[in-house]
Write a protein that binds this ligand. Structure first.
Ligand SMILES: [Zn+2]
Ligand SMILES: [Zn+2]
Ligand SMILES: [Zn+2]
Length: 353
């Protein structure tokens, strides 16, 4: 995430702010300029500004409306289904999910990837169904451009229970979205020219999914899984390995962007006393988007993540990034980096509709 400043007084303001706490200027997020701007006309606000605390402004020609005909912002327009107006409990969880989704959409826009709302007649684009499992059976996942989230994942108690049950080191709503969008990005970014390279790293994505699922929940991850996979779940099926790798690419890029915005640097210590090599990272100075090479990103990420993990532990919290990146995983991250760069080059020239 980036940092922002109040256009009126220069005060540091944050992504979700609706007003400057110093000068009271009303603020909204402008998705074209990727920044917070002053809002003089309240009709520029997204219709979900109350129901989902959405602080995004409408595009010039909004393409989607809510159930009452009021126009939605570019992020909210991606949501196809949400809880009913009268379901207060589910709407509370929906607002939390939309907040995480805005972070996802912001991050992809800042990487040059524009998510197009799904057109039901052509099947092109992506849609989110944010559904409460209190009223129906809901399985979080992606299918043919539709990302479904069980809104119970917005509830911290439920999420922690599931996380513990599945022995996962990490589980968040933003993490779900980063994983599911990975499935979608496979369908739009891995073209025929890249498919062979993808399969060489991740395996055959057309392999029987149900058989893989049954095996995974019966036998668990194979011994030695951490030598080649970023998580146990990534071992389940090649498509899950790809989605997990995209999620981690977005985790890393997201944290590096925040670190750069605050000009966080790591200048030590040396891993071995007296050694001239020191752990060092300068997220501001590293030009991640200038090269297909993943190494500058990894060389910046590792010292920074060690430092941030230590900071979290000193608060009695779990590690910020409780994962290990062996060489095959770094190679997979490198593949994702390259397809993101290709997408940015290809889509960067296309104006947002
Ligand atoms: Zn201000
Ligand atoms: Zn909105
Ligand atoms: Zn998945």
């Amino acid at each position: 995430m980036d940092t922002f400043s109040c256009p009126n007084c220069g005060q540091l303001v944050f992504f979700a702010n609706t007003a400057c706490l110093r000068c009271a200027t009303t603020l909204g997020f402008d998705a074209d300029r990727l920044t917070l701007v002053a809002v003089d006309d309240p009709t520029r606000r997204c219709a979900n500004h109350v129901i989902a605390a959405c602080n995004w402004l409408l595009d010039d020609r909004p393409t989607h409306t809510d159930g009452h005909g009021a126009p939605l912002c570019r992020s909210c327009a991606l949501t196809r289904t949400r809880p009913a107006d009268g379901d207060a409990d589910a709407l509370e969880l929906f607002a939390i999910a939309e907040q995480a989704k805005r972070r996802l959409v912001f991050q992809l826009l800042s990487l040059g990837i524009f998510l197009q709302p799904r057109d039901a007649s052509t099947g092109v684009g992506v849609a989110f169904d944010l559904l409460a499992s209190t009223t129906q059976s809901v399985i979080t996942g992606h299918a043919a451009g539709v990302i479904t989230l069980d809104l119970a994942e917005s509830d911290a108690v439920h999420r922690e229970k599931v996380r513990t049950k599945l022995s996962e080191p990490y589980r968040t709503v933003l993490g779900h979205f980063r994983h599911e969008i990975g499935h979608y990005l496979f369908t739009v970014l891995v073209d025929d020219a890249m498919l062979g390279e993808a399969q060489a790293r991740f395996g055959d994505e057309t392999a029987d999914y149900q058989a893989a699922l049954d095996r995974h929940y019966r036998d668990g991850a194979p011994a030695g899984w951490a030598d080649e996979h970023v998580s146990e779940y990534a071992t389940m099926h090649p498509a899950e390995d790809f989605a997990e790798t995209v999620a981690h690419y977005l985790h890393i890029r997201g944290v590096l962007q925040s670190a750069a915005a605050f000009r966080l640097r790591v200048d030590g210590p040396e891993p071995v006393a007296g050694d001239t090599d020191v752990l060092a990272a300068d997220p501001v100075g590293v030009a991640l988007d200038d090269t297909d090479d993943i190494e500058p990103l990894i060389a910046t990420w590792l010292p920074l993540s060690y430092a941030l993990n230590a900071v979290n532990r000193s608060m009695g919290e779990a590690d910020l990034y409780p994962f290990v990146l062996p060489p095959p995983v770094i190679d997979k991250l490198g593949f994702v980096h390259r397809i993101v760069r290709r997408a940015t080059a290809r889509l960067g020239a296309v104006p947002a509709p």
